[in-house]
Design a binder for this molecule. Sequence first.
Ligand code: PMP
Length: 361
Amino acid sequence: EANAGILGLQPYQAGKPIEELARELGLDPQKIIKLASNENPLGPSPRIIATLEAAVTEVSRYPDGNGFALKQALAEHLDVLPEQITLGNGSNDVLELIARTYLNPNTAAMYSQHAFAVYPLATQACGAQHQCIPAIHWGHDLEAMAQAITEHTRIVFIANPNNPTGTWLSEQQIHSFLAQVPASVIVVLDEAYFEYVEESLYPNGLSLLQQYPNLIVTRTFSKAYGLAGLRVGYSVSSVEIADLLNRVRQPFNVNIMAQVCAQEALADEAYLQQSRALNRAGLIQLEQEIRALGLEYIPSVGNFLCIDFKQDALPIYQALLREGVIVRPVAAYQMPHHLRVSVGTEAENQGFIDALTRVLE
Ligand code: PMP
């Protein structure tokens, strides 16, 4: 029989694939609008396409298992040591490495209600105990989380900003939380959407690493850098923690294409700026249109927005699918009245709003 933790697992529900819906509706996939996975609507930059083409001849070789060149580039970019970096097959991979390094059935991991689904999944897969702390205003209640730490707590996962709610925590809030956490507890600050956030009080987790050696900051190339399909993310931590994570990871966990494209993406400042500008404009557009429809949403600093329909949102999700628009139900996050929509291009956002208007008529 499988491990008890595995028997209790519910698989991660990803956004519905475009091809699948196109086939169901008998539509050209080009006609489908997918705003379901917080992907970058810009698509890959020409520099990434050229990098992929140049790397094609290398695929008969294994990638560099240590990711030497990418770690060097990241270390320079982030002003940290290469030895502090752990690369992953997406930041999901790094989150799992952390769970496998620190959790077992006699320990517990803590996370917030409505927080990113991989925290409970990784915890459950290790057979560890769950400490799910009720949210406050849809975000993390750090005071309650600090109070709830027990001698069993090994990891606290914090998403800043959080997916799917888009809520964020200030430098002062993170600081006072870290100051209350025993040094034996690992705090994971998941900054998957870091590059999008513009609030002046939003902290750069890396600036806290020196003061808090139990902190691990995770980031990704999947969102603002536009490389979701290549699967590459990373953590920055103390050298000691990175050494432990390195023992657990698969020998070649980040593929050749991902490594070279991530380096190129780091250098492609123009693409990043364009992504951020498009997201800022798209968020404002969506917020205005949603308000005009008389609907409420949770204010978000990410590249997505949760809309509150004040009723079971699943029929609305399904009606949108019939219109060729894929968004994300978040009932599994204990948010059955909300749907999460990712920020798309101006045309995609408008297509979503038009479909939603028809559905709500
Ligand atoms: N953390 C958060 C908060 C996320 O929303 C996501 C993407 N859904 C991830 C981590 C993982 O992304 P990836 O594995 O593509 O880096």
